[in-house]
Design a protein around this ligand. Structure first.
Ligand code: BGC
Length: 738
């Protein structure tokens, strides 16, 4: 046994001894090739590499692009896709341009290329990095087959404000969950080598703090302390970087008076200096030009200088680098070294992608790899895993497949375009399975399924209510699908209300008044303040926008083929007036106390959320017992193991997400009341019991002191383990003085 172990160890060491120099050698070779190219490039060709231009929305390139490519004046496109289109343009780069530098084809593959997965917020609700990694891997496989090299994903912006529509595109409010999901997506997209035929290079965006837009209004200003940046907004980016992410995108927002597309602290000091990132940074869409509107550049030339000098290598869509690069060099407002460095970073990514050797997509491969049954199955499973059971009084759910009749009601019950969400890549609404279709194929052939839309998502008409109520009365159970349309979240889709839009709540009330058992199925890209529903409707299932197979996946959950186990990756407020409301807040000097007016709360609303972060029910029940720490006291460098017993005490197999939170009770700077530091999604059969183990060490117990140094301070900690941020058992830990 021991001999086998030693042999294995020796083998590993030998492999490492071989792999490390091989990697270093490859890197050195690449740099040499870049040097050789740089030596040959004219100024115009160098500036050309810094330019990314948009194609048509349907994937075709634009008329001017072939000539630009031929002249070496275009380095990259976005939205041009499909093996044929990309090959046509690539052939010009390879066969007709002087230096034969391949084009880099970028595209927003956010939650799937053609097979659409749940929106990222939904995927985060799986609390299952394996599912998320798989979805990104499938997206990468389809995209690369269609000639796409580069996805502008993952979006890893922390979002504590649900008014911000782009909350749908990220992993919610928590830096730890966000970091786990960031890693999973990067690994899924890139694998360990993104030159592979089924991988793409990923892009961590939007660097940085874009999700903190004031008032939740997209593109708006942010002003945050360095501590908040380092503790809340940076970690998912750092996690993406540690997973090997090849590119970053600078953002639209102003950050502490320097817009993020001209911010040398974030782009150069932190990203290149501290974190040693050597890939490329692309601007967001015209964000270099927008520096003029921000008021830190008087004109286009100043904007170009500000972006390039701060560390934005490639300019998306606006063309200021190309227009003014030569003048800036002449006027010494840009150094040759800065320009060459930007070109180097772009070429480096192209070399890493292997597109100098293999510039073309394979059309046969494209046909075989896209929208295939295995991918549909994967998205159905991911969608089912993303669903969060918010309420199930009286166990209305799961439903029997042998119901005599079921009424399916609501503006989202049969909408193919909405169920796939925003940013749908090359996805097609006509491929999507709606809730109605999913239910029809789930129930027995004797079950009567009737459908009425009831009302639209967002207008005042109630003329469809009567029909909806009529079919509800005639049915054994009513399923009502309400929420938001797909375009109500995503980019430029901020809302000032978190209520259900239009007359949907009235529709739910009318259906509830029939006295029939009602299940509300929510579809939305952000938390909604569904207070009346939460109090009055016995069963509520949050399904986000579940993607191509959403309807089948929802039916899997409603009829009990899948036991829901997702958890909220974001707090659901009772009212937009509570925003920002997040679980890892500070305690204040006067924490809320119902019996004391002079504490931190509202006169007209409880201070608590409608549903807390980490919350979600199951068709079975779980019990947490026996929380144990391997040591009650450790030194600042020490580690400990936390174990807890989880038991399925209900009647069905099911999943629980075991969540570990810490609180540093007293420190030299104030600390959040809770911080997630570990989680595991566990499946147990009825009666089954399992010991779950977590390790805590300096990375989890430390924080930035007042000098921004990461330290672990002696003192008391609370360790909390449970099923949500509000439901846990706890133990004490002491960090001793060294
Ligand atoms: C968005 C980015 C996106 C880019 C390209 C911008 O408007 O902010 O997230 O990657 O467009 O489509």
């Amino acid at each position: 046994m021991r001999v086998a172990k030693i042999t294995r160890l020796l083998l590993c060491l030998a492999l490492l001894a071989f792999v490390i120099p091989a990697g270093a050698q490859r890197r050195a070779n690449t740099e040499q090739k870049i040097d050789a190219l740089l030596a040959k490039m004219t100024l115009a060709e160098k500036l050309g590499q810094l330019q990314q231009l948009d194609g048509h929305a349907d994937g075709r390139y634009k008329d001017e692009q072939p000539q630009l490519v031929r002249s070496g004046l275009l380095g990259s496109t976005l939205n041009v896709r499909g093996a044929r289109q990309t090959n046509e343009l690539q052939r010009i780069a390879i066969e007709e341009s002087r230096l034969k530098i391949p084009l880099l084809f970028g595209f927003d593959v956010i939650h799937g290329y053609r097979t659409i997965f749940p929106i990222p917020l939904g995927e985060a609700a799986t609390w299952d990095p394996a599912t998320v990694e798989k979805s990104a891997a499938i997206a990468a496989k389809e995209a690369r087959a269609a000639g796409v090299h580069w996805t502008f994903a993952p979006m890893v912006d922390i979002a504590r404000d649900p008014r911000w529509g782009r909350i749908a595109e990220g992993s919610g409010e928590d830096p730890f969950l966000g970091s786990v999901m960031a890693r999973a997506r990067v690994v899924g997209f890139q694998g360990n080598d993104f030159s592979a035929a089924d991988k793409v290079v990923a892009c961590a965006k939007h660097w940085v703090a874009y999700g903190a837009a004031e008032g939740g209004r997209d593109y708006n200003t942010t002003d945050l302390s360095e501590r908040t940046l380092r503790e809340v907004y940076f970690p998912p980016f750092k996690s993406a970087l540690d997973a090997g992410v090849g590119t970053f995108m600078s953002a639209f927002n102003d950050l502490n008076a320097v817009p993020t597309s001209a911010n040398s602290f974030t782009l150069t000091t932190v990203l290149r200096g501290e974190w040693k990132f050597d890939g490329l940074v692309v601007s967001d869409y015209e964000s270099v030009k927008e520096l003029i509107n921000h008021g830190i550049a008087a004109n286009e030339k100043e904007a170009a200088a500000a972006g390039l000098n701060a560390g934005v290598d490639m300019e998306m869509v606006s063309r200021l680098y190309n227009k003014y690069g030569a003048d800036l060099l002449k006027e010494k407002k840009l150094s040759q070294a800065t320009l060459d460095e930007a070109v180097r970073r772009i070429l480096r990514v192209k070399f890493r992608l292997g597109i100098f050797e293999k510039p073309y997509a394979d059309e046969a491969r494209e046909r075989e790899s896209i929208f295939i049954p295995a991918h549909l199955l994967a998205t159905r499973e991911a969608a089912a895993r993303s669903m969060v059971l918010l309420r199930n009084e009286g166990n209305v759910l799961p439903l029997s497949k042998n119901l005599k009749s079921v009424a399916v009601v609501g503006p989202l019950a049969d909408s193919q375009k909405d169920v796939i969400g925003s940013w749908t890549g090359d996805g097609k609404p006509e491929d999507a399975i709606t809730l109605l279709a999913g239910i029809k194929s789930k129930v027995s052939s004797n079950t009567i399924v009737s459908y009425a839309k009831g009302c639209d998502i967002n207008d005042d008409t109630t003329s469809g209510f009567d029909e909806a109520v009529r079919i509800a009365r005639e049915s054994e159970v009513v399923i009502v699908a309400v929420g938001e349309s797909a375009e109500m979240s995503g980019e430029a889709a901020s809302r000032s209300s978190l209520d259900l839009p239009g007359r949907q709540l009235d529709l739910v009330k009318a259906i509830r008044a029939t006295g029939k058992p009602v299940v509300v199925v929510l579809m939305n890209g952000r938390p909604l303040s569904i207070n009346w529903i939460a109090e009055n409707v016995p069963s509520i299932l949050e399904t986000w926008f579940g993607g191509t197979q959403a309807g089948n996946a929802i039916a899997d959950v409603l009829f009990g083929d899948v036991n829901p186990g997702g958890k909220l990756p974001v707090t659901f407020p009772r009212s937009v007036g509570q925003v920002p409301l997040y679980y890892n807040h500070k305690n204040t000097g006067r924490p809320p106390d119902a019996n004391n007016k002079y504490t931190s709360k509202y006169l007209d609303l409880p201070w608590t959320p409608l549903f807390p972060f980490g919350y979600g029910l199951s068709y079975t029940q779980f019990k947490f017992t026996n929380l144990q720490l391997s040591a009650q006291r450790i030194g600042p460098e020490g580690r400990l193991t936390v174990t807890v017993e989880l038991e399925n005490v209900g009647q069905r197999s099911g999943d629980e997400v075991v969540q570990l939170y810490i609180r540093d009770v007293s420190a030299s700077v104030t600390r959040p009341v809770k911080e997630l530091k570990g989680f595991q999604r566990i499946t147990l059969r009825p009666g089954e019991k399992k010991r779950i183990e977590f390790t805590l060490g300096p990375e989890q117990l430390g924080f930035y002191d007042s000098a921004m140094k990461f330290i672990v301070e002696p003192g008391e900690f609370k360790i909390m383990v449970g099923s949500s941020s509000e439901d846990f058992i706890e133990a004490k830990l002491e960090i001793e003085k060294p």
